[in-house]
Design a protein around this ligand. Structure first.
Ligand SMILES: [Fe+2]
Length: 447
């Protein structure tokens, strides 16, 4: 009885996906020389060594109780259990010597992985009475958590100087011009947010299904490009407090944010600014690619929108522009119901960097809105909050609920480093408004 309930879910596709996800994150760590593993590329995040241990610690802490396994190293399970997301400016102060040696962490990683694999492929999994193991939920959580960290790792590595990582080919300049901005009118209609509880996996914040009425609005056909954002920078947008909320202005002034995190000025060898803007691609600087989406924080996106006399979309507006249609129906993806492929957008680790916002016409929505999935998450002005009927995962109560604080905003879409499985319609991402490192862009609306 138990065997027949468990076996079809655990074998073989979920275990195979777990292997693929492990290969994805293992390959990212391979980009790092050993001397880099104790670097902290982003001040608000842990040193890289944390992530080597974290992925296995998470899997072990999640799966061991369901499999009836004992911890072999409770101290490391605890050390690597949780990442950090300080919102008040309190940055971590640990030093490299506060962390275990790489040999010890790799041994821990191997031990956790081996013990889980043995249990998952053997009788422990078959005889577990844990219903969330049986229905595949726990493995989905482990797989998607790891794939989300593949994206986190990518933007952490992006922020390392190029001499701190192994090159995977040089960044190539992209001279395409920014397409002319235009707006599309989206008539009033429904946005079917969230999802009903059923067979398919979703994170706790995706539930339940929730209909929102959306009045008529117009939305940018493309995300705001580096070329369009440059006009805001050159108009003095970073020097005028009137475009910024008081809180964002205080943050911007204190942190001395004067340009997007991914931009840099060209310098001479003696350190003098030459003038032209450059772009910090994953493996080197290139002239600012004007046709690529600009990657900025929510605060910077909101300031641009204010300068342009517009605003960021709500989650429901973005959803309607992406999945709605003139006939009133909704599709699974902007382009229809076909599974995502590389003609639809820049996602699933196909490229290290962004591409032009008009490079994927096959990904257009029924309303003609382009570049919605991939090429950069898109900020909304909707604070991250539960849908009616929300229930936290009992095995991971803080996954979403810890961030329902009014200090995080919903992002939709996906980036070049987002696995295709997370391009599903109800998937929601969220970040605090002053986080500049993520592959996040935006487009504006007028109501
Ligand atoms: Fe994590």
């Amino acid at each position: 009885m138990v065997t027949s309930r468990v076996a079809p879910r655990l074998h073989p596709s979920l275990l195979r996906r777990m292997e693929e996800a492990r290969a994805r994150t293992d390959n990212l760590f391979e980009l790092l020389p050993l001397s880099t593993l104790y670097d902290r590329p982003i001040p608000e995040r842990h040193r890289l060594i944390f992530y080597v241990g974290h992925l296995e610690a998470f899997d072990g802490n999640l799966l061991r109780p369901a499999l009836g396994l004992e911890s072999r190293d409770a101290a490391l399970d605890a050390l690597f259990a949780f990442g950090i997301d300080p919102v008040g400016g309190d940055l971590p102060t640990d030093t490299p010597t506060d962390w275990p040696s790489i040999e010890k962490v790799k041994k821990y990683k191997r031990g956790v992985r081996d013990s889980l694999d043995e249990a998952l492929s053997g009788t422990r999994a078959l005889h577990s009475s844990n219903s969330e193991l049986a229905d595949g939920t726990l493995l989905h959580v482990a797989i998607e958590h790891r794939l989300m960290h593949a994206e986190t790792l990518a933007y952490l590595l992006h922020n390392l100087s190029t001499d701190r990582k192994w090159h995977q080919g040089s960044a190539k300049p992209d001279w395409r011009s920014s397409p002319s901005p235009r707006q599309l009118t989206i008539p009033a209609g429904m946005a079917a947010l969230g999802r009903a509880r059923g067979d398919a996996f979703g994170w706790d914040n995706e539930f339940e299904a929730y209909i929102e009425e959306v009045p008529t609005f117009s939305i940018d056909a493309f995300p705001v490009t580096n070329g369009e954002y440059l006009k805001f920078v050159e108009a003095g947008g970073y020097e005028e407090s009137r475009y910024w909320s008081p809180e964002s202005w205080k943050w911007k002034s204190g942190a001395k944010v004067e340009q997007p995190q991914f931009w840099a000025r060209r310098m001479t060898s003696s350190g003098d600014i030459v003038g032209e803007w450059e772009y910090r691609a994953m493996f080197g600087r290139i002239p600012l690619p004007l046709s690529w989406p600009v990657y900025v924080s929510h605060a910077e996106a909101s300031a641009y929108a204010c300068w342009a006399g517009k605003q960021l979309p709500t989650e429901a507006e973005w959803h309607r522009a992406a999945y709605g249609s003139p006939s009133g129906t909704e599709s699974n993806y902007p382009w229809g119901d076909a599974p995502p492929n590389r003609t639809h957008g820049n996602f699933h680790f196909e490229m290290w960097d962004a591409t032009a916002v008009d490079a994927h016409p096959a990904g257009a929505s029924a309303f003609g809105v382009l570049d919605l999935l991939g090429n950069g998450w898109e900020w909304t002005r909707t604070p991250f909050a539960p849908f009616p009927g929300f229930r936290a995962f009992s095995f991971y109560p803080g996954y979403s609920a810890n961030f329902f604080d009014g200090k995080h905003f919903v992002l939709k879409g996906g980036s070049p480093q987002t696995d295709a499985c997370m391009l599903r319609r109800p998937f929601r991402n969220w970040f605090q408004p002053h986080y500049t490192y993520v592959y996040a862009t935006f487009r504006c609306v007028e109501e």
